[in-house]
Design a protein around this ligand. Structure first.
Ligand code: THU
Length: 145
């Protein structure tokens, strides 16, 4: 079982690392890669793509999610984000919400550095009491007030 988990994570790690190597980050010099596994078991990866008009740049997570949608996936089983430097490259607030659209509170978010996995979070830990598709339903299942 541990081997299965390790194999799953190392495939995500490799995909995210390869995407990071393609990052377009000439302004921050901070390349980031992200890779996720969808409900079909397929891996999709993305990298940050910056822009001379700085706010237009996009994060690695956004690229991985766009690749998943274009590839027919609709659910994130696991996601891994990798960046250089000593600090954890946890997803920004907007990307937590992007992940939220396609994930559950228990969905693992692995944060890696070049040497390997550094920490494991869950979406629920990084974005508690979040707003998502269910909140738009007229019969909201979580009326915990
Ligand atoms: N960045 C990501 O792509 N993902 C993250 O989780 C954190 C930040 C990018 C955005 C920008 O291109 C660069 O890292 C510096 O903020």
């Amino acid at each position: 079982m541990t081997d299965t988990i390790d194999a799953d994570l190392s495939a995500l790690f490799e995909a995210a690392s390869a995407a990071k190597a393609q990052a377009y980050a000439p302004y921050s010099n901070f390349p980031v890669g992200a890779a996720l596994r969808d409900e079909h078991g397929r891996i999709h990866a993305g990298c940050n793509v910056e822009n001379a008009a700085y706010p237009v740049g996009t994060c690695a997570e956004a690229g991985a999610i766009a690749a998943m949608i274009a590839g027919g996936g609709r659910a994130i089983g696991t996601i891994l984000i990798i960046g250089d430097g000593p600090a954890l490259v946890t997803p920004c607030g907007a990307c937590r919400q992007r992940i939220r659209e396609f994930a559950k509170p228990g969905t693992p978010i692995h944060i890696a550095g070049p040497e390997g996995i550094r920490r494991r979070f869950t979406l629920g830990a990084l974005l508690p009491d979040s707003f998502g598709p269910e909140n738009l339903l007229s019969e909201n299942p979580s009326t915990d007030v």
